[in-house]
Design a protein around this ligand. Sequence first.
Ligand SMILES: NC(=O)c1ccc[n+]([C@@H]2O[C@H](COP(=O)([O-])OP(=O)(O)OC[C@H]3O[C@@H](n4cnc5c(N)ncnc54)[C@H](O)[C@@H]3O)[C@@H](O)[C@H]2O)c1
Length: 252
Amino acid sequence: MRLRGRKAFITGAAKGIGLSVARAFAAEGAAVALADISEEECKKQSLEIKETCNVEAIGIKCDVADTGSVRNAIAETSEVFDGLDTIACMAATLTERLDVVDLPEDEWNRTLNVNLTGSFLVCKHGIPLLRQGGGGSIILTASQMGQVAWPGSTAYCTTKGGILQLVKGIALDHKDENIRCNSISPGGIATDRLLARWGDMETAEKEWGPKHALGRLGQPDEIAAGAVFLASNESSFMTGTDLLLDGGYTAW
Ligand SMILES: NC(=O)c1ccc[n+]([C@@H]2O[C@H](COP(=O)([O-])OP(=O)(O)OC[C@H]3O[C@@H](n4cnc5c(N)ncnc54)[C@H](O)[C@@H]3O)[C@@H](O)[C@H]2O)c1
């Protein structure tokens, strides 16, 4: 029970990596707020988590690109849990795959708003609560695509590179408040996100798996394990940096 007594707010928690993180945090004893634009799914998943892990779990509507929505969701979480000490930002939108010339400005702005500004907003409104409670851990989600790029994915890659800098800034701004901030960079992970690009998981595994040194896609649980480490005291000497869990994608 490495997170017993912790109170966590997790975005993008309706499915995929965010849901795995919520389940892993709860299995380690944390109270979890599952926040996502898919409120219904979060509520359903939170009930399951509550039953399985015997912890407090709530599902909450939160659009990370909307200041009011973020503020309300965090305030509600803190009220129900009586405080907050852990933030995990996993939400990201799907972006049309187009080169820079063809990418509509609106699509660029929407991608930055959700993936990058969304993490900023959650931190902006969450950090005062962490501070009040005496500190905590923040985990943002970057990507191997924060370090290398992929054709037609400039907006996405830009947001992920931005996350790597955002964690450094937050870590330094709040270093004297017992608040640590790090990111996780997954490689290709078998979630619905890949279906938009590859059509089906079999094709994703066949086409993209071999681009990883380990020769396969990762599983959401393999990223959640890293998030548990970053949330727990095991990572007590780690802040302002990135945990690269990319199956060796960037090692070539
Ligand atoms: N799957 C991968 O291969 C991979 C690789 C590297 C990084 N990542 C990153 O990991 C994170 C999770 O990825 P995933 O594969 O689980 O994605 P996913 O698409 O399966 O799930 C993303 C979740 O974010 C939610 N979301 C989208 N817009 C939102 C908004 N405005 N406000 C709140 N929630 C919103 C969606 O509803 C969904 O539940 C993302 O940040 C992604 O960029 C994923």
